[in-house]
Design a protein. Structure first.
Length: 127
């Protein structure tokens, strides 16, 4: 099981019978063939929303016309994944791991992301 903070930012999705081929950008840490993802979520600004379970394993990585064993952060590649998720993947999804899905206070339901009066100190007309 992967214990690293691996993430893939998905740009294009092409499902097939046993999995999915995606064009995705590697985030956080390098991703290697054999790595496992168990979570899919979306980003709304910097907020992680709508997390659902997944069970994907990386079986192939291709970039710049070459088959690779791993990709570094910042690199976009064709990634073939075998497995499934609790909902279909779509452009803009993030594949990650539950072990490193850290919730910030902004991820909690009901958190008001609008500026508070304290944030507005020094602004003319602010209380």
């Amino acid at each position: 099981m992967t214990m690293r903070a691996i993430q893939l930012c998905i740009h294009d999705v092409f499902p097939f019978q046993d999995g999915v081929r995606v064009y995705a950008r590697c985030c956080e840490e390098a991703i290697s063939v054999g790595d496992h993802f168990d979570l899919v979520y979306e980003l709304l600004g910097h907020l992680r929303i709508n997390p659902v379970g997944a069970d994907f394993t990386v079986v192939s990585l291709k970039a710049y016309g070459k088959t690779l064993d791993s990709i570094s952060p910042g690199l976009t590649a064709e990634v073939v994944l075998v497995g499934k998720a609790d909902r279909p993947l779509k452009d803009g999804d993030i594949l990650g791991t539950k072990a490193h899905y850290k919730r910030s206070p902004r991820d909690k339901p009901g958190f008001d992301t609008r500026r508070t009066n304290q944030d507005n100190r020094g602004t003319p007309g602010a209380p």
